[in-house]
Design a protein around this ligand. Sequence first.
Ligand code: MF3
Ligand code: CO
Length: 242
Amino acid sequence: MRTAGHLLAKILHDIKPAIKKGATTLEIDGMIESEILRLGLVPECKGYAGYKHATCISLNDGVVHGVPSDKVVLKSGDFVKIDVVASYRGFCADMARFYFVGNVSLDVKKLADVAQWALDSAITLAIEGNHLSDISACIQKIVEKEGFGVVRKFAGHGIGRNLHEDPEIPNYGKPGLGPILRRGMTLAIEPMITMRGFDVKTMGDGWTAKTVDGSIAAHVEDTVLVTVGAPEILTRFSCSEN
Ligand code: MF3
Ligand code: CO
């Protein structure tokens, strides 16, 4: 999982210059898939429940599961979220990063900052002895204090040999509930937040999830190993960046 995570983190870091005006989300998906294969990883989204691509690329009011398309052409001001899962020798890592195309509004930057802050804060709680819902409560508290919404329909999850394993990790809830975390557990923590309403709808392609009220949404995700002390973030390749 660590190998998959470090390589994926590098891919999502290095792809940054390609997330620019005029690029299509299908082209970006293709570049990421090529890198995944070149590095000896398996793109786990492809074939998952019939999904046809290596990545999910969601724009603006898209929350998650945006389907890459040659009809989606990036323009200045777009807020892009890329979510990708890959495995190495059968063990998965799941992560999402966000990108700005040209100039995005200050509101979008604030939303992105809060999503990142919620994720980083929640990760510090992935320690042996804490309750699972401490993570959920931490995310909700930070996001709502800033006046943003927490999406209820999707959640983080355990991860390992399979992309989705128990437990489910909602991004809201009361602290001190649910299973107690133990060293060796691996969790995909992924706040999904919106500027206003948190209701989401699935579009006609059967995948793309957008906010009902058209609010811009942010999503960021890491796969984390629970330890006794500081958690190990498996999907970052250095302590400071990505
Ligand atoms: N990270 C996404 C999730 O946890 C992965 C989706 S793969 C897909 O839902 F095949 F469902 F797109
Ligand atoms: Co996930």
